[in-house]
Design a protein around this ligand. Sequence first.
Ligand SMILES: NC(=O)c1ccc[n+]([C@@H]2O[C@H](COP(=O)([O-])OP(=O)(O)OC[C@H]3O[C@@H](n4cnc5c(N)ncnc54)[C@H](O)[C@@H]3O)[C@@H](O)[C@H]2O)c1
Length: 368
Amino acid sequence: MLTSRVISRSSKLAAATTLRLISPMLTKQIYSIRPITCSTKLYKEDKRQPNFASRALEQTEDDHEGAFGRTDNTIRIEHPDEEEHPPSKPIQGRGGLHFKRTLASFTLENRSVVVTGGARGLGLVMSQACVISGADVAIVDLNKDEGQRQADELMRHFSEENPGAENIPKVTAHYCDVSDNESVKSTVAEIVKDHGKVDHLVTSAGFTENFDAIAYPPDRLRKLWGVNVDGTYFFACEVARHLLERKAKGSMVMIGSMSGAVVNVPQPQAPYNAAKAAVRHLASSFAVEWAHAGIRVNCISPGYMLTALTEKIMVENPDLHKQWTSLIPTGKMGQPEDLMGAVTYLLSDASGYVTGADLRVDGGYTIT
Ligand SMILES: NC(=O)c1ccc[n+]([C@@H]2O[C@H](COP(=O)([O-])OP(=O)(O)OC[C@H]3O[C@@H](n4cnc5c(N)ncnc54)[C@H](O)[C@@H]3O)[C@@H](O)[C@H]2O)c1
């Protein structure tokens, strides 16, 4: 299994390298050194070259093709302070009434959805998907002011795109530090007071940072796990407690990452990868624990998505974009909008028999 994974990775990299990273003059050479389909055969049959398997250790990182499948410990990207965060814009022109036939089971009308990390990025776009689908939404974020501004924007957009609509979804904003259980409890109580109930949860509050494993500052590691893992855990449990008390069905979507299933390169990010694997497994574990009560829990694992923040990172590190897209079969990063259908499907009755699943929205990154 291990061998085939390595081979598949190197064939992908050979192709990517050939097409994008290496000059055309080298193209032929690369294929003749290591044909894509026969790495295993070569290794087994070439008895005259006993050192073949250990070549990677002898060569420098730069001149061995395996180098493209490794992390680069010189890359460090710290999560920016709040004031450096670029704000996100709501998606334009998708939310009006339309006359294309679709399944009624996709609607979120009369539902109340909580979205953590909803003031920005993917959380904001998924909040908008819920509003467009008819739900009331509570945006939960550390940045209450930005959450409030976006809540007002979402309602304004809805009114503009649905002139004369009788029911404008109610969108509210709430301060919460999801890594603090007391903060989570009081926020859920506040939302229940404002909206009367909660039916659904999307946990999008989270962040990533890049340090090599040994240099990772322990306080930042705890913070990262606190927001990504504890935050997901606390919020899911508090919403589940509310649903169980109401004896109501519900569904939750946890935002993991493809990093929960693979090790991204070249940026080192071991704690984030482990955190997202934990999120994915929390979704499955909760799905089993709460299935008796009709509470479904699923995970969405996005690939590289083009948010305002990732755009900023790529402007500052232009090589990353090249390397990332060279590893994505569809050849491009995802748009936040690509999560709108996925989250609506998993929250709504359209996915009534789906629980504990992990839906990868990654342009095929993790299948190669
Ligand atoms: N952008 C990507 O390419 C990508 C890919 C895979 C997974 N993800 C995951 O998607 C989620 C959203 O990422 P994003 O790119 O939209 O990030 P983002 O930084 O744009 O948005 C995250 C939001 O979470 C909020 N937040 C952070 N810590 C919080 C806390 N302790 N309590 C409450 N709110 C908090 C932030 O204020 C921000 O509004 C994250 O979990 C991230 O790991 C993102």
